[in-house]
Write a protein that binds this ligand. Structure first.
Ligand code: C2E
Ligand code: MG
Ligand code: MG
Length: 754
């Protein structure tokens, strides 16, 4: 339109200027003047024409430029002549709004038609506002096209006003900012993820200096943003992560740009914790590293839970050693290796001597601490590759792998023997225990885990039988003994049914008695008259009876038979005033004992003090609280209570005072060497003094010589028992003697069948 106007102007110049030049020349100088003026005017007209053509070209060019620039910038513009209500859109404006200029002219309606329905009101309001002075607008809104596509546009507009405030022209731009907006949104989203992620995130630059962290990082590490920005992440390290891990991390980052694994860091408060870490390398388009992004999670809790589950499944919760289940697995594995590599392997079965006493007297807490310490010492005695397990209670198993010779096992066992026998200082108590160790060697003593364990166990029992605190190898004899035990148990059951048990009685004489024929009391001692084996002493079968539970029935029979026998003697007008019966720990534990004793007294019409019950010191100590309760109930019945084998256990004076007993039986191990061993003499004398101070009577067991008897009597011993005065004998033999003439003096030692 403008160009046309300029063309008209040029025509006007030529049409007006030339005649005007001619007219002016003619008026002033006649024809020559007119001609020269025409030439002059022509030149000027030509110059003007050329100038105009140049301007026109430049204008066309700049309009082209404007169009291109608008296209490149995706920036269109519009102009609303408010006086004439004419709206113009630039080409780019049409393109952005995707309106075909040939089909539809620029109009507010066309614009609003593609504006997202939710944004139309905002756009309308912004434009309406801009028609009042001082309210240009700038809003971002959406366009929505028929196919559902969305564009984000930045719309700006402002209005020019006349001096009186009348709006004249509104102008504005429309810019397609979709890409920018989406990038912005993504950035915002990423920022939100960074801020709100539960994982700690740390961004470092190419020199591995921290440039940003998120709030989870602060929570996890205890460090604030200010404290870490600019620092090397090394500041978080605890020193516990193996250097190889870091080496592998950097290699992986260099080669693959990515690493994942476990690192151990140190919290600002000093707590060392494991974290699961992922690190990625960020490179620019030239391949240079620009950043590292590390995200990590504190996994201490997860790890602790996993470890706990693992330990519960495979470890003994008290000592942390392998448990029975894991021992089986590991022993089987070790056996496979031993078989393949053709070397020996040793299974050591270890049982603590007198642990039960410690546990029962000092309490489980102390007992537990002792076991923990034992476990620690055991581990100190073996190589890392060996297996140390707790089998349960006070039983431990050590498996020594890769033995060059079976003899080496005894070196390790001796080391264990020594280590476990050292005193234990636990909660202000100095405790002593020692191990009994049984050793079975692969392949000689067994080829499989089960056999080796069984045989090591048998060897351990043998070690206990040998006086504890020693080690024993499994031997063929032991094997035989183990089978023998089984046989004995079977036969013992039969013996009860077949009435093969009988009682022998050993007399106890008052120290000041003038008649060593009729005893004050007798101790009933059980024997088993075996059809083939002959008379079996209790030491052989009582332990089997205790292990198999047969002791209950045997004990009941003994009580009843002893009661019956005393009643018979009484009826015959002979016999002792009292019969003493040995009570096993199992009977004591069983609640029925009190009632049974009561019944026996009643059934046999015995006075209550005619029955004495002997409880070994260790039985009384095995569960002191319950023992006291039981003994109290028995005492209530009026029966006499004696502590048997006194001196072999761990009774404390305080404990002894609480037991409702009347008699102490000084063990024969003290009596035996009373004349030769100063210690034994001193202990015996002290026991006698102690017992008397507690108001107890003392029976000395196992007196074989006059010298022993003299010593004991000199120290006030109340009752004497031993071969010197009479071996255990069948009731009939004793009755015969008592029926005799009642000679005074010492009864000659009677040879018994034992
Ligand atoms: P105990 O109760 O300490 O009995 C004393 C043991 O010493 C008896 O052995 C007896 O024969 C033995 N003895 C007595 N005087 C002498 C002596 O001068 N020299 C030597 N060397 N030994 C002597 P026995 O009869 O073999 O009994 C052994 C243990 O068996 C008993 O020790 C007792 O603990 C247990 N026992 C015996 N009968 C029964 C019973 O009916 N029930 C229970 N639960 N245990 C019993
Ligand atoms: Mg006894
Ligand atoms: Mg005894």
């Amino acid at each position: 339109m403008k160009l046309k106007r300029q063309n008209l102007f040029v025509v006007f110049l030529i049409v007006i200027l030339l005649p005007l030049g001619w007219l002016t020349g003619a008026v002033l100088h006649g024809w020559p003047g007119a001609a020269s003026m025409i030439v002059f005017s022509g030149i000027i007209a030509l110059l003007l024409y050329r100038r105009l053509r140049r301007d026109e070209a430049a204008q066309v060019e700049s309009l082209d430029d404007l169009r291109e620039v608008q296209r490149i910038a995706r920036l269109g513009n519009w102009r609303h002549d408010l006086c004439r209500n004419q709206l113009q859109w630039s080409e780019e404006m049409f393109r952005i709004l995707e309106v075909d200029p040939g089909q539809r002219p620029a109009s507010a309606r066309a614009y609003l038609a593609v504006t997202h329905p939710d944004d139309r009101e905002m756009l309308r309001a912004a434009y309406a506002q801009s028609l009042t002075p001082g309210h240009p607008y700038e809003i971002t809104h959406r366009l929505q096209f028929a196919d559902g596509r969305i564009k984000y546009v930045l719309s700006r507009g402002e209005t020019r006003f006349a001096d009186d405030g009348t709006p004249l022209v509104a102008r504005g731009t429309l810019q397609d900012v979709t890409e920018h907006h989406l990038a912005q949104e993504a950035l915002l989203l990423h920022g939100n993820i960074f801020q709100h992620s539960g994982e700690a995130i740390m961004i470092t630059d190419h020199d591995n200096r921290i440039i940003d962290i998120n709030p989870a990082f602060v929570r996890q590490t205890g460090y604030s943003r200010e404290q870490v920005v600019g620092e090397n992440p090394r500041m978080l390290a605890s020193g516990r992560t193996p250097p190889e891990t870091y080496a592998a991390l950097w290699t992986a980052l260099q080669n693959e740009g990515y690493w994942q694994g476990e690192l151990w860091d140190c919290h600002r408060n000093g707590r060392i914790y494991p974290k699961w870490t992922t690190i990625s390398v960020i490179r620019d388009k030239y391949g240079s590293i620009t950043h590292f992004i590390a995200s990590f999670n504190d996994i201490s809790e997860r790890k602790a839970t996993e470890e706990r589950i693992e330990r519960l499944a495979h470890h003994d919760s008290l000592t942390g050693l392998f448990n029975r289940y894991n021992l089986e697995i590991r022993l089987s594995q070790a056996l496979l290796t031993a078989r393949r590599e053709k070397h020996f392997l040793a299974v050591l079965f270890i049982d603590l001597d007198h642990f039960k006493v410690i546990n029962d007297t000092l309490g489980h807490a102390i007992g537990d601490q002792l076991l923990v310490e034992v476990a620690r010492r055991l581990q100190g005695c073996v190589r890392e590759s060996d297996i140390v397990a707790r089998q349960g209670g006070d039983e431990f198993v050590v498996v020594i792998n890769t033995l060059d010779s079976p003899a080496v096992a005894s070196l390790v066992a001796a080391k264990i023997l020594h280590a476990l026998s050292q005193p234990y200082d636990i909660s202000n108590n100095r405790l002593h225990t020692s191990p009994s160790i049984g050793i079975a060697i692969f392949p000689g003593d067994g080829e499989d885990a089960e056999t080796l364990m069984k045989n090591a166990d048998a060897a351990m029992y043998h070690a206990k039988g040998q006086g504890r605190n020693n080690l024993q190898y499994f031997t063929a004899e032991l094997n035989a003994a183990a089978s023998e035990r089984l046989l004995l148990e079977r036969e013992l059951r039969e013996a009860l049914k077949q009435n093969q048990l009988e009682l022998h009685y050993q007399p106890q004489f008052a120290a000041d008695a003038d008649d060593f024929v009729r005893p004050q009391a007798v101790e009933a001692l059980v024997r088993w008259r075996h059809p083939q084996r002959g008379l079996v002493p209790p030491g052989r079968f009582i332990p089997v009876a205790e292990e198999s539970g047969l002791i209950e029935a045997i004990g009941n029979w003994v009580l009843d038979e002893a009661g019956r026998q005393l009643a018979e003697w009484k009826r015959a007008g002979i016999g002792p005033r009292r019969v003493a019966v040995n009570i096993s720990v199992h009977q004591l534990r069983n609640g029925g004992l009190v009632e049974r004793v009561g019944n026996i007294l009643k059934n046999h019409h015995l006075a209550h003090d005619e029955l004495e019950l002997e409880i070994t010191e260790s039985a009384a100590m095995s569960n002191p609280a319950s023992a006291i309760e039981q003994l109290e109930a028995l005492r209530h019945l009026g029966v006499t209570l004696a502590i048997d084998d006194f001196g072999t256990g761990y009774s404390s004076l305080a404990y002894l005072k609480r037991l409702p007993i009347q008699i102490l039986k000084l063990d024969q191990t003290f009596v035996r060497d009373i004349e030769t061993d100063e210690n034994d003499a001193a202990i015996s004398a002290a026991t006698l003094a102690l017992a008397h101070s507690l108001g107890l009577k003392v029976v000395a067991e196992g007196i074989e010589t006059e010298g022993q008897s003299r010593f004991l009597r000199a120290h006030g011993c109340d009752l004497l028992q031993g071969y010197l005065y009479g071996r255990p004998e069948p009731a009939a033999t004793l009755a015969a003697r008592w029926h005799g003439d009642g000679r005074a003096g010492l009864a000659p030692p009677v040879q018994n069948q034992i």
